[in-house]
Design a protein around this ligand. Sequence first.
Ligand code: ACO
Length: 333
Amino acid sequence: MGSKLVGCGSSVPKLLISNDDLARIVETSDEWISVRTGIRNRRVLSGNETLSGFAVDAAKGALQMAQLEAEEVDLVIMCTSTPDDLFGCGTQVQRDLGCKNAWAFDVTAACSGFIVGLITATRFIKGGGFQNILVIGADALSRYVDWTDRGTCILFGDAAGAVLVQACHSDEDGLLGFDLHSDGHGHRQLNALAQGDDDKLISNSNGAPLFPPRKSSFSCIQMNGKEVFRFAVRCVPQSIEAALEEAGLTSSSIDWLLLHQANQRIIDAVSNRLEIPSDKVISNLANYGNTSAASIPLALDEAIRGGKIQAGNTIATAGFGAGLTWGSAIIKW
Ligand code: ACO
């Protein structure tokens, strides 16, 4: 049994933070940020907005394009590291979409989350019994940004993107090859750790703690930018080459390169390494920054709806980020 993508959608918050806005709160400039990263604006959640609300909007777009009703979905895979609820928000998305015949779960793999979710969906379809799977990549990293740290606050934005993966005959398979990796040795380079609330310790009459300290919040994002940059430029081309090999393709035979949108210099370095010309490279991070698990389906949706990616096109896509995690998928639209 094969899998093909039959719909996509995306949704971003209204509140826009420009580089000039950031230059008012930290010592930076529009020029520094755009030259070093390619980012100009990012969107962030505000007021009562929830991540699941944007995930639902993105998924509705995918269902509409696929001409499917919510009841026809068998599985909802919510890829996020920043759920509205510690226990995940896939089930809330399933409820709000009205996917009453589906079950739902969350996948946490940071900026590789969408690729991991997409491959997971194709494995469920291959195993049998699943026809329509919604894969949603959504993150609100703004919740964990230290807005006084100019090394990280310039990078991230919030968004949601979704695709509908449908079972098909194996000769129509839209997943041509894939490659997945993780390496916990690099965890120290990028993380947001659970942290304790020492003031909430419950002690006995002698003052000794009765229970382990509660860890009910997380630190802001800690990142060694240079190391993450080096990791991405080294590992992503290798991963794409491995996925291309599985697909029986070379980098010259793909129509589009669509990488996780982290930094334009990473995108340029990877495309140069693979000798893919810039007119085949999709980039929208100037408008949204790094939206983590949302960045690939968001850029995919814009490129499809904007007429760039056409039916039958082959796309090499790769995610990379905290964990460390990275992976690639060669897909046919
Ligand atoms: N504005 C002005 N100056 C700055 C800023 C800023 N926003 N940030 C850092 N600087 C300064 C530094 O303090 C340093 O000054 P110094 O030379 O006086 O010490 C100088 O600029 C150079 O700093 P570097 O950190 O060396 O700058 P670099 O060229 O490495 O760029 C950046 C930093 C943009 C973060 C880059 O390393 C990068 O993009 N790394 C990849 C990060 C990434 O993609 N992370 C996300 C991964 S996906 C995920 O899972 C979330």
